[in-house]
Write a protein that binds this ligand. Structure first.
Ligand code: NAD
Ligand code: MG
Length: 378
């Protein structure tokens, strides 16, 4: 069978680097046609030398930096939004991995959906902001989304071969983040403490989202869109060992869980081989060594992000855009030392309270609102 051409957007990030490793493992099935990176032009150029993509996309400001480093190499260098659009819409590309972080990942998802591509989606912010709109586009063009997020990959794997109408409930597991056992106010936690995730090594933004549990709130909204299920049928359970990546409960009371060591290469590869599997040479789960798995309810008072995300999921419209955008702006402010840890969710709550929800926004409404919030809060 001919190899499939693949675009990896955000190849220099935590997911992107792993996606390229997975592509090496699947080199008989996939050819990397595009890679893209924003700031880290040194890594982007090194990846281009190693993986020899036909195109390399970078930011406008790093165009010359990448070009200089790839002198004598065949890859064509593109930049900015136009470059990402080509990577997402190229006729020769059938699979688009979107591993860009944050709201800047939305446009490329829309570009790829418009062209009917198979999207392997790590950028959960796309679905949080515009899940309903993206799904409408997908219906029109025949595009599909396979999740890379480990929880949603677990859900997809647990659903494999099942009749979807027999699904009763989703049990979404959460590690609980670095502050799950911390007593007292989280106001003065430091950036370093918040970046110290117990089980997963990830980019900075999602690591902070995991510390506030906003990441779990986003994942709830992501599941609503991916599996067409109301938020009331998704239960969040803290599972500090991060071995069960989520569970599906069916109408006969059976619960199917997907397990594995916390390694993003597993869900990334599954997204590319779904519904089949290919050998992956990584350490295996040793349950006797893990010895026990624990579960408990999240502390909603300590982590108000969960309630806000549930409210946004229930209301829909433009409220999830506010949830996502204000969170993102505040996370970067926290990382820059400009606000306290608890200010992140406080601001999200305030802006959500003040927002006049628009029920059926267009994609233009969503971009406009997001842009306005960036202006207002910066
Ligand atoms: P990261 O910060 O490590 O990498 C982000 C990538 O996006 C980089 O390649 C960067 O160059 C690119 N990028 C940043 N700003 C950009 C912009 N304005 N335009 C174009 N490209 C830009 O992030 P990550 O941890 O790899 O996460 C990527 C996405 O995957 C996020 O949406 C995250 O929520 C999701 N995700 C990550 C993990 C994980 O284990 N890291 C797990 C599940 C889901
Ligand atoms: Mg996840």
């Amino acid at each position: 069978m001919a190899k499939k051409n693949i675009s990896i957007l955000g190849s220099t990030g935590s997911i992107g680097v792993n996606a390229l490793k997975v592509c090496s493992n699947l080199r008989n099935d996939f050819k990397v046609r595009y890679i893209s990176g924003y700031n880290n032009y040194r890594l982007l150029a090194a990846q281009a030398k190693l993986y020899k993509p036909d195109f390399v996309v970078t930011s406008d400001t790093n165009y010359m930096n990448v070009k200089k480093r790839l002198k004598g190499f065949k890859s064509v260098i593109l930049c900015g939004d136009e470059g990402l659009k080509r990577a997402a819409q190229d006729d020769k590309v059938s699979v688009v991995v979107n591993a860009i972080v944050g709201s800047f990942g939305l446009k490329p998802t829309v570009y790829a959906a418009e062209k009917g591509k198979n999207i392997c989606l790590a950028n959960k912010e796309s679905l949080v902001m515009a899940g309903s709109v993206i799904k409408k586009i997908m219906k029109r063009t025949g595009s599909s989304i396979v999740p890379i997020d480990s929880e949603h990959s677990a859900m997809l794997q647990a659903l494999n071969g099942e009749d979807r109408s027999t699904l009763e409930k989703i049990i979404l597991t959460a590690s609980g983040g670095p502050f799950r056992n911390r007593k007292g106010s989280l106001r003065n936690v430091t950036v370093q403490e918040a970046l110290d995730h117990p089980n997963w090594s990830m980019g900075n933004k999602i690591t902070i989202d995991s510390a506030t549990l906003m990441n779990k709130g986003f994942e709830l909204i992501e599941a609503v869109h991916l599996f067409d299920i109301p938020p009331s049928k998704i239960e969040i359970v803290i599972h500090p060992e991060s071995i069960i990546h989520s569970m599906m409960q069916f109408i006969d009371g059976s619960v199917i869980a997907q397990m594995g060591l916390p390694d993003m290469k597993i869900p990334i590869q599954y997204a590319l081989t779904h519904p089949g599997r290919t050998h992956l040479d990584q350490p295996r789960l040793d349950l006797a060594k893990i010895s026990k798995m624990t579960f408990y309810k999240p502390d909603r008072k300590k982590f108000p992000a969960l309630g806000l995300a549930e409210a946004a999921a229930k209301e829909g419209g433009t409220l999830p855009v506010v949830l996502n955008t204000v969170n993102e702006i505040m996370v970067y402010k926290f990382l820059d030392g400009k606000v306290k840890f608890t200010d992140i969710i406080k601001s999200v709550e305030k802006e959500m309270r003040d927002h006049r929800n628009k029920k059926e926004p267009s994609i233009e409404d969503i971009f406009e609102l997001s842009g306005e919030l960036w202006k207002k809060l910066n």
